[in-house]
Design a protein around this ligand. Structure first.
Ligand SMILES: Cc1cc2nc3c(=O)[nH]c(=O)nc-3n(C[C@H](O)[C@H](O)[C@H](O)COP(=O)(O)OP(=O)(O)OC[C@H]3O[C@@H](n4cnc5c(N)ncnc54)[C@H](O)[C@@H]3O)c2cc1C
Length: 420
């Protein structure tokens, strides 16, 4: 158990040791100093996180739209928010390794999840497939967090089997007429725009009839309806399109190129789904909670064994993830790496939450103490992180579903490696 900061420091040094060799060398080849970059990011996360956000990180509370935007703008003021965009479009031209380190450090500090839909998905798509007018219209507001995007891929019955999607876009003289539904759309309730895979052709190979369309959520005929998840939050939504008119100019790439664009999106961010920074942050929480609890001797031994197993899994995952990113940076990404990391990353996250929850359960159920005790001096408050952590624990069950379920990832591994 890592009860004091010296222990945590030694552990951290051991965890990050490999960086002095392989990562540092790969970064030097890519033209940056990994240790220095990481040190800058850590100093920034230590000194520049606004007080209200820092307080909510400590309690594992959900961040508001305004807080997320404020944080993104602080990152952009450093040139980091779109660091992975090409220099010609306002980015810094980071490769996969630098991007990976950036995200790892933010996760490690527990800062608000970046709304990737604009910056990670649509921005690079517009750089690669968009035209000049689309880049001039949309890139700036994404970079400056002035417009919020969401991702409209999944539909009822078309999640894993995405190519079967039905949202219909019929071409007219100046507009597409869009009818149908998307679902599981993360943060659509906060979004201004949605990028959608739509069906522009019903016959032939299903993939060949899919196009990529940008739709203003304020358009007449769009309805966003919340889906309440079992953690009690509103993360996801249904989005309905009823005779929605979308200008032809909002088609990205060619008609029928939507599937290639979807594959481009998936291939760019595949390795980030590992969320090793988040695993590190949560392991730290696990140890911090254990240090404040009075565990009996038997419980201590059981906890130590469980915590040690999680740490071994974390270290191997981190080493594997960096090996994969270094290969990807050199243009040698192995087809199963992302699937393997997605499975291990989501399972590890869930296992750490299970351990945290088992530990916290000793304090009883989560409840809002203010509701029954106001601030009566001496009333036992329990751990202030408890409600937030349990909420996150429930939400973490979705990690093995979104971004391609773990069963689908196992199928990819079997097909690629075992040829079954
Ligand atoms: C919290 C959350 C946020 C999301 N955010 C978004 C978003 O912003 N935008 C968006 O477009 N989508 C989003 N999704 C949707 C997500 O991508 C899909 O849920 C996912 O792809 C699974 O599709 P499905 O839900 O239709 O399940 P299905 O595809 O119906 O699968 C149901 C079950 O069957 C299994 N299964 C299906 N096919 C196979 C197979 N061939 N072999 C083995 N097992 C199989 C699956 O693993 C799963 O367990 C989100 C989902 C969640 C949970």
């Amino acid at each position: 158990m890592f009860g004091d900061s010296a222990d945590r420091g030694r552990w951290e040094a051991a965890v990050f040791e490999p960086e002095r060799s392989a990562v540092q060398r790969a970064a030097a080849t890519a033209g940056f100093d990994a240790m220095q970059f990481r040190a800058e990011l850590r100093a920034f996360c230590r000194d520049q996180v606004p007080a209200d956000i820092r307080q909510q990180i400590g309690k594992h509370q959900y961040f508001s739209r305004e807080q997320r935007i404020r944080w993104q703008r602080l990152l952009q003021a450093q040139g980091w928010f779109v660091g992975h965009w090409p220099k010609a479009h306002g980015g810094q031209g980071w490769g996969q390794l630098q991007r990976f380190i950036f995200i790892e450090e933010l996760e490690r500090a527990g800062t608000p999840w970046l709304t990737h839909f604009g910056t990670s998905f649509l921005g690079p798509v517009l750089c690669a497939f968009g035209n000049d007018a689309q880049r001039a219209r949309f890139l700036g507001p994404i970079r400056d967090s002035e417009e919020w995007w969401c991702q409209g891929f999944s539909e009822p019955g078309s999640g894993s089997d995405l190519a079967s999607l039905k949202l219909r876009a019929e071409r007219g003289e100046s507009h597409y007429r869009v009818n149908g539904q998307k679902t599981w759309t993360t943060m659509a309730q906060w979004a201004d725009w949605i990028f959608c895979l739509v069906r522009t052709q019903a016959s032939g190979r299903p993939q060949a009839g899919i196009s990529f369309l940008l739709i203003d959520l304020k358009s007449p005929g769009v309805t966003v309806r919340p889906i309440e998840t079992f953690d009690g939050g509103q993360h996801v939504n249904e989005v309905f399109f009823d005779d929605v008119e979308v200008p032809l100019a909002n088609l990205v790439g060619q008609e029928g190129e939507g599937w290639a664009i979807a594959k481009f999106i998936v291939s760019r961010e595949r390795l980030l789904v590992t969320e090793i920074g988040k695993a590190f942050h949560l392991l730290g929480e696990l140890h911090a909670i254990a240090a404040t609890m009075k565990l009996g001797l038997g419980d201590t031994a059981t906890f130590r064994r469980r915590a040690a197993e999680l740490e071994v899994q974390y270290r191997s995952l981190r080493a594997t993830a960096y090996a994969a990113v270094i290969e990807a940076e050199a243009g040698r990404e192995h087809p199963i790496d992302a699937s393997l990391l997605k499975i291990r990353g989501s399972e590890l996250q869930q296992a750490i939450f299970d351990a945290i929850t088992d530990l916290l359960a000793r304090n009883g159920l989560a409840f809002q103490i203010e509701g029954i005790a106001a601030d009566i001096v001496g009333y036992r408050h329990g751990d202030p992180r408890l409600p937030g952590l349990l909420h996150e624990h429930l939400h973490s069950r979705a990690a093995s579903i979104y971004g391609g379920s773990n069963e689908i990832q196992r199928g990819i591994i079997a097909k690629t490696e075992l040829r079954v």
